[in-house]
Design a protein around this ligand. Structure first.
Ligand code: URA
Length: 214
């Protein structure tokens, strides 16, 4: 994991992630393959972003001897998916964080104005005792991420990290302006947004590619 020129943005450069991301970007990659790769990358992202989870020591007995062994303390994570493409990341992360709780935020971008509208919000009741990993494959304009974080902050979680696959500089700047306290983790920072708000070179519409809706 390396810091970028943007404060508070960590680039996850693991070779497996970079390789899988390249295949996801290719226009000819099928929905089936795209979905599987997103799950695999999400497991690796979860591995990286949970590096700072606190451990405590418990006394256990192995078949051979007693020992004091490390275990995660509390394990109070909630994965919050920005619908709908965030769901692809949640599905992967749950494979290595099987006890995590899951929340959902439904937002859509008005195609012309790119203004964000919330249509669904459900998170665990005890979220104030939990650390949130807020996930969306694409940090594009930043409007959805910013709105999702605003909404989440109203529920007072212990902490929030934003995790994506691809980020555009425009989205990063927007997040940093509105939520400088929320660290961003991404597998790549691309060049810019096009006039439709798509990340260039990007991978297209993550939701359409994940669910095969185009
Ligand atoms: N959302 C996507 O799915 N793709 C982009 O490039 C930008 C936003």
């Amino acid at each position: 994991m390396t810091q970028t020129q943007f404060a508070n943005v960590s680039l996850i450069r693991h070779p497996l992630i970079q390789h899988k991301l390249t295949i996801m970007r290719k226009v000819e990659t099928s929905t089936h393959k795209f979905r599987g790769l997103l799950q695999e990358i999400s497991m690796l992202l979860a591995y990286e972003v949970t590096r700072d989870m606190p451990l405590s020591t418990v006394a256990i007995r192995t078949p051979v001897a007693q020992m004091n062994a490390p275990m995660l303390e509390g394990k109070k994570i909630v994965l919050v998916s920005i619908l709908r493409a965030g769901q692809g990341i949640v599905d992967g992360m749950l494979r290595i964080l099987p006890s995590a709780r899951v929340g959902h935020i439904g937002l859509y971008r008005e195609p012309k104005t790119h203004v964000v509208v919330e249509y669904y919000f459900k998170v665990p009741r005890d979220i104030s005792e939990r650390d949130v990993l807020l996930v969306d494959p694409m940090l594009a304009t930043g409007n959805s991420a910013v709105a999702a974080v605003h909404r989440l902050k109203q529920t007072n979680p212990r902490s929030i990290k934003f995790v994506c696959l691809l980020a555009a500089p425009e989205g990063i700047r927007q997040m940093q302006e509105e939520h400088p306290d929320v660290p961003i983790f991404t597998a790549a920072v691309d060049e810019h947004l096009d006039e439709h708000g798509y990340i260039v070179p990007g991978l297209g519409d993550a939701g359409d590619r994940l669910f095969g809706t185009k």
